[in-house]
Design a protein around this ligand. Structure first.
Ligand code: FBP
Length: 354
């Protein structure tokens, strides 16, 4: 294949071209679309850094600092945050919230947009050269100020997406009318549309969970996983497959590609009573994408997009992916019959559960 035939056709397919109609609409939609373009530019810079790996320095090294939740900050966490902040200068971003910042920052007080990001998700994978990502959420700025801009249901999001830095760099984006997939073309340094209307398959035989936490889980989660593991010999009567990358964007991308369900539930470890993932800049944008792709996202009982955060770095249990499976897991949480079926002695499934 010659270089000429390998070049993607960019006409009308760049991110910029695809966002033109939204930009032309004016108002919040336009400001959100422009903000997405700025975020995409920052992510190209982050992608460059990640592609260099150790040649860019010790990206996976602990800086000695910690974010607001006490998580160790890695060099790449800090650099990714700086690149995003730099790219947002000159946009209509009034307020900026980041996993790497203790408090909400005011960028342009006259701006109409609020941006929340996890600049570098899955940072335990940096040195292992496993896919990592950036997650972002774009809200209208509230006239009531910084906190009110973020302490609201995720349903208010104008746009949400993630960039995955893997064998190729991809952007998965919604501006509220379906989900599009854009691939970074290294030659033109542009995100180019590869697919529109991404849809998560409704049912699945694949689940993702960190099973090393089994003993800490609540009964509904244990029962669901027990049923999956029992496979064709259990009540479900079919076999399941498990994956765990420990990188939310990587799991999300797989679920968008072929279906599946992701679970990071609450558990009994200190600090994990609300799970691990953050509501504002991790769960809410992923939930918006999931719903837009025909999937679902819940904390076990409530849709993630209906939850109203009360603190910036609030955590939430997160279960999302194929609709049928998410609904089934919700059933394990809300049906008292499941609780009654657990033997208090052995904490195992009782004999009489349907
Ligand atoms: P970071 O934002 O600190 O990277 O944490 C989020 C995350 O890495 C997710 O990407 C992933 O799903 C989860 O934590 C893995 O957690 P664990 O190591 O407990 O399995």
């Amino acid at each position: 294949m010659s270089d000429a035939t390998r070049r993607p056709d960019l006409s009308g397919r760049t991110l910029e071209a695809c966002l033109e109609p939204a930009i032309a609409e004016g108002g919040d939609k336009s400001a959100a679309a422009r903000t997405v373009l700025a975020l995409a530019t920052a992510c190209i810079g982050i992608s460059d850094l990640i592609a260099l790996g150790p040649l860019a320095g010790s990206l996976g090294a602990v800086t000695g600092g910690a974010n607001a939740d006490g998580d160790e900050q890695k060099e790449l966490d800090v650099q990714a945050n700086d690149l995003i902040l730099a790219a947002l200068a000159g946009t209509a971003t009034a307020f900026y919230a980041s996993e790497e910042e203790d408090a909400i920052m005011t960028l342009d007080p006259a701006g109409s947009i609020a941006v929340a990001v996890d600049p570098l998700d899955g940072s335990s994978n940096i040195d292992a050269n496993v896919s990592i990502g950036t997650i972002f959420s774009v809200m209208p700025a509230s006239p009531d100020g910084a906190s009110a801009s973020f302490f609201r249901p995720g349903r208010d999001q104008l746009a949400a997406g993630y960039v995955i830095y893997g064998p190729h760099t991809a952007l998965v984006l919604t501006i509220g009318d379906g989900v599009g997939l854009f691939i970074l073309d290294p030659a033109s340094r542009q995100f180019v549309k590869a697919r529109t209307n991404l849809a998560i398959p409704v049912s699945t035989r694949e689940y993702a969970i960190n099973a090393s936490n089994y003993r800490h889980w609540t009964n509904p989660i244990r029962l669901f996983i027990d049923d999956c593991i029992a496979g064709s010999e259990g009540p479900r009567g079919r076999d399941f497959n498990m994956r765990w990358v420990a990188s939310l964007v990587a799991e999300t991308h797989r679920i968008f590609s072929r279906g599946g369900v992701f679970l990071y539930p609450a558990d009994n470890r200190p600090g994990y009573q609300s799970g691990r993932l953050r509501l504002i800049y991790e769960a809410a944008p992923i939930a918006f994408l999931a719903e837009q792709a025909g999937g679902a996202a819940t904390d076990g009982t409530a849709p993630i997009l209906d939850k109203i955060p009360t603190t910036l770095h609030e955590r939430t249990p997160l279960i999302f992916g194929s609709l049928e499976k998410v609904n089934r897991i919700t059933g394990y949480h809300v049906d008292p019959a499941f609780e009654r079926s657990v033997s208090p002695l052995f904490e195992q499934r009782g004999l009489f559960r349907a």
